[in-house]
Design a protein. Structure first.
Length: 151
């Protein structure tokens, strides 16, 4: 019986297939990473840092506590100060997946006398709630909360 020998062409084809597989896998990962990129937080981080400490101090002086949870097909958000529920003006409320902007939902929160709530459609997993609210004297309060929805 005649044995086939390993030639340079066989080695070239093997290496080519191996590198083609690696390049295809990397291209797939890059495309999916770019598609799921949620975007920039700020346009210019240097400019945003110029007044960060002043905004942070003003927000801390409000002494607000915020709790958010997904209950059934609703999201509930409770703002409180010294254990008493408060009703700030909600400028922006957005619910999103941490790494997928396709699931973003702008919320229209309504106050029911005790807490804010809005109807939602959530799949199991982690969600991020971004809130921008204003106090009566105009101080901006920003908070990012992580909500975990069970299976």
């Amino acid at each position: 019986m005649k044995q086939k020998s390993l030639t340079g062409w066989h080695v070239l084809i093997g290496f080519s297939m191996m590198f083609a597989t690696i390049i295809c896998a990397n291209a797939f990962l890059v495309v999916n990473a770019l598609r799921s990129f949620p975007g920039l937080e700020v346009a210019n981080s240097y400019i945003a840092s110029q007044n960060f400490e002043a905004k942070r101090s003003a927000q801390i002086s409000l002494d607000w506590k915020v709790v958010a949870s997904a209950v059934g097909n609703r999201i509930e958000v409770n703002f409180s100060k010294d254990g008493v529920s408060i009703q700030p003006y909600i400028e922006h409320a957005q619910l999103s997946r941490p790494a997928d902007r396709n699931a973003d939902q702008l919320l229209s929160l309504t106050y029911n006398g005790n807490r804010f709530s809005a109807p939602i459609t959530l799949q199991p997993g982690l969600w991020t709630l971004r809130l921008h609210a204003r106090s009566e004297d105009g101080i901006l309060f920003q908070k990012r909360l992580v909500i975990e929805v069970a299976q």
